[in-house]
Write a protein that binds this ligand. Structure first.
Ligand code: NAG
Ligand code: NAG
Ligand code: NAG
Ligand code: NAG
Ligand code: NAG
Ligand code: NAG
Ligand code: NAG
Ligand code: NAG
Ligand code: NAG
Ligand code: NAG
Ligand code: NAG
Ligand code: NAG
Length: 434
């Protein structure tokens, strides 16, 4: 039964991917079954085509790419040919794009020159994130089902030696207003697969993410998407095989719709972490997450907020004390298999000492959250618990609801840890511990 579920899901994703292959100019029509918070703008038509040349001998093709983009900007289509491999060894600032398509049929490979990229990748000012390129502007579509390969192995190995190295994000979507990204295959990102910042009205559709380390050094922080300072974003019909958040809503993500995802090996669909930086105000508001299949993960639905006082769990995981709010978040319809927690709400992120956490309640409030229609089985890692909903004080959370949560552990228990929340609103959840 499990197997047939996986097959059906995969087949339906393939079918959906196929319908966008021809590329629909109406981004809004391409969204389904739920529509975005605000209608997405329609793409203008393209009237000319530029093929990107490649050296074909391992030499950096960046100049060829930039010249094709300039030639076909304002109404054209740039094609990365099917039979070619393009090498990118230069950080590309592609924020000048307007009314242009990038059709990636072949493969784009980023060089393994970690010294160059650490010095030249674009710093994005959030969690030390840098990006190989920044793609932005207005009305930009990138599709074709070709491959972007981040050559991650050298980075996974280097990070194991020094966790302060700056690993580039594969897809930097920075300041994009109106766009469709996908179908595309993304492989071996050194860090997150997408960083989406300062962007609005963007649809991600038919993204296939995969890339594991071949050495003993894990591929870490390989989030599928991190959204930041962005609004009206849709992420749908995608398959994500990774080792960190499948999708993560970072500070100032609003009006985000996520639907029809198959996530495998991840940390779930996460709000946060938020409140990491003292003095900053983080807002995540109006998020709808629908129809997620979550396999072999630490969490399905997760809201992670730092406590009111700073802490340092490790060199690159430290923070706390920031303020803000998480409001109007819905997780509707989820199937889980081998997932540690179906639901995890914490305001003690990054802090192991619960006494200390409760002494300094989070400055970031959580309200109007709904989890409904969950089914499946956990991993058993937290037996007898299958979820935890814990706030740092009775005043920092309000209106957290659950309904139709039918999740059990492999030994048949359905216990939840619930604290500092109104348990009368937690319908179908078995709060047995505080
Ligand atoms: C790669 O090809 C270009 C011509 O496209 C040539 O100028 C360059 O020397 C070649 N580099 C190598 C390493 O073969
Ligand atoms: C990227 O290009 C834009 C213009 O398109 C420019 O305003 C911006 O400063 C550039 N950013 C970097 C980091 O070079
Ligand atoms: C980096 O890439 C070059 C060119 O493809 C290759 O010759 C070299 O072995 C690679 N280095 C590492 C450390 O993988
Ligand atoms: C986003 O825009 C703000 C304001 O213009 C700017 O300061 C910031 O560098 C931009 N990029 C990111 C990733 O926030
Ligand atoms: C999850 O990924 C593993 C590889 O790490 C693969 O063997 C397995 O089939 C995947 N499962 C699902 C349900 O996608
Ligand atoms: C997020 O939005 C809040 C409220 O508008 C603002 O105070 C804060 O500076 C923003 N944060 C970022 C990182 O843009
Ligand atoms: C809250 O989110 C829902 C979608 O889950 C949306 O329909 C509604 O308009 C949002 N509420 C507000 C006040 O924006
Ligand atoms: C960012 O990098 C600096 C310097 O390498 C380091 O001190 C800091 O801990 C890093 N911050 C994060 C959030 O990784
Ligand atoms: C946890 O925090 C409390 C309150 O600040 C403190 O008394 C206690 O020693 C801390 N425990 C550990 C293990 O650090
Ligand atoms: C919960 O799910 C199990 C199978 O996973 C099913 O047998 C049972 O009928 C479901 N219960 C409800 C109340 O939906
Ligand atoms: C709640 O959990 C307890 C302890 O595991 C169990 O005995 C009880 O049957 C559960 N209640 C429901 C309604 O499932
Ligand atoms: C900026 C702000 O609101 N800071 C407060 C965060 O919460 C701690 C206690 O939990 C207060 O001491 C701070 O003043």
């Amino acid at each position: 039964m499990k197997v047939s579920h996986v097959l059906t899901q995969t087949l339906s994703l393939l079918a959906l991917g196929a319908t966008v292959e021809g590329f629909s100019r109406s981004r809004n029509e391409a969204c389904g079954p739920h529509k975005p918070f605000r209608p997405l703008p329609t793409s203008s038509s393209r009237d000319r085509t530029c093929h990107v040349r490649s050296h074909g001998n391992g030499t950096d093709d960046s100049d060829y790419i930039l010249s094709a983009l300039h030639q076909c900007n304002h109404g054209g289509k740039v094609v990365f040919d099917a039979d070619k491999e393009y090498i990118i060894g230069t950080a590309l600032n592609m924020t000048f794009l307007k009314n242009i398509d990038l059709e990636v049929l072949g493969k784009i490979l980023f060089t393994n020159d970690t010294d160059y990229w650490q010095a030249n990748a674009f710093p994005q000012g959030f969690q030390n994130a840098t990006t190989f390129f920044q793609l932005g502007g207005e009305d930009v579509n990138m599709y074709g089902n070709g491959i972007l390969d981040g050559n991650g192995q050298v980075w996974y190995d280097l990070y194991a030696e020094d966790d302060l190295i700056l690993r580039p994000v594969l897809m930097g979507i920075i300041g994009l207003k109106g766009g469709t990204i996908g179908p595309l295959k993304l492989r071996y990102s050194p860090q997150y697969y997408h960083f989406v910042a300062n962007s609005s009205d963007v649809l991600f559709d038919g993204i296939d993410i995969s890339g594991y380390s071949k050495s003993d050094n894990e591929a870490k922080n390989t989030d599928g998407w991190d959204t930041y300072r962005s609004t009206n974003i849709v992420i749908q019909n995608s398959v994500i095989n990774n080792g960190d958040d499948c999708v993560s809503f970072k500070p100032n993500s609003t009006e985000i719709l996520v639907q029809n995802l198959h996530c495998n090996g991840s940390h779930g669909i996460s709000v946060g972490s938020l409140g990491q930086y003292k003095g900053e105000v983080d807002i995540v508001e109006n998020v709808y997450v629908y129809n997620i299949s979550m396999f072999n993960a630490s969490d399905m639905a997760r809201i992670k907020v730092w406590p009111g006082t700073p802490s340092a769990l490790s060199a690159d995981l430290q923070g706390g004390g920031g303020s803000g709010s998480v409001k109007n978040i819905t997780y509707d319809t989820a199937f889980i298999d081998n997932v540690d927690y179906a639901i995890e709400v914490t305001q003690c992120y990054g802090q192991d000492n619960i006494t200390l956490c409760n002494e300094f309640p989070s400055n970031l409030t959580i309200s109007n959250v709904l989890f409904k229609n969950f089914r499946g089985t956990t991993s058993g890692d937290y037996d007898p618990y299958v979820g935890t909903i814990v706030c740092s004080s009775p005043d920092t959370c309000s209106n957290i609801y659950t309904s139709n949560i039918n999740v059990t552990s492999p030994i048949g228990t359905n216990d939840f840890v619930c604290d500092n929340v109104d348990k009368s609103l937690l319908v179908s959840v078995n709060c047995t511990a505080t």
